[in-house]
Design a protein around this ligand. Sequence first.
Ligand code: 5RP
Length: 227
Amino acid sequence: MSADDQKRIAGEAAAALVEAGMTVGLGTGSTAAWFVKALAGRGLDIRGVPTSVATADLAVSLGMKLATLDEVKGIDLTVDGADEIGPGLTLIKGGGAALLREKLVWEASKRCVVIADAAKVVPVLGAFALPIEVVAFGHIHTQARLCDALASCDIEIAPRWRKKDGEPVRTDGGNYVYDAACREITDSAMLADALKLVTGVVEHGLFIDLADEAIIGTDSGVKRLTP
Ligand code: 5RP
């Protein structure tokens, strides 16, 4: 089965968890898009809270009813993809530059389910470069402070300013993204704390203690993981 088929079956299995009347957080990325399509196909009366402009556009094109995070009191269930899924369902997210809105929606949710193809499950986080969203003002100086924060966690690298086609990538909030190729993250909580202390950092892509369940598409069907 291709990685895309694995993403599709994970998205379809997650769509089956949604019940009529729910407020549902809609993740960002190719796996989350499969979820959104499968959910729209069920025709339930639900409200979606999108985590990015791209997901909002997709959901609207499929006729889904949407609300912003501030228009809802809470979210019943959020379903979203990930770049890496490590032990305890600690995640790296933000490959699609939506990490801030994703984390805000996840934190407002009663239940969070991460969906992915099998290759995303790893024994140690860090092979995927950790996305860090920073404000544009003074970002070169912020990068220097990020190096110090990473070094305090024994990670001696300089995060790279994310560009696409030679142009800096901007998040939906207008910020920049730096990617830290940590290789191995042995203490994700310590790293998360160190990054959050840097002025200019808006958010990082470590999702710790947020995922309640993972639905993984594999060659032999979906597999469910809990922390
Ligand atoms: C976007 C994300 C995505 O969930 C993550 O990048 C996975 O994407 P895909 O499902 O396309 O592999 O965190 O910010």
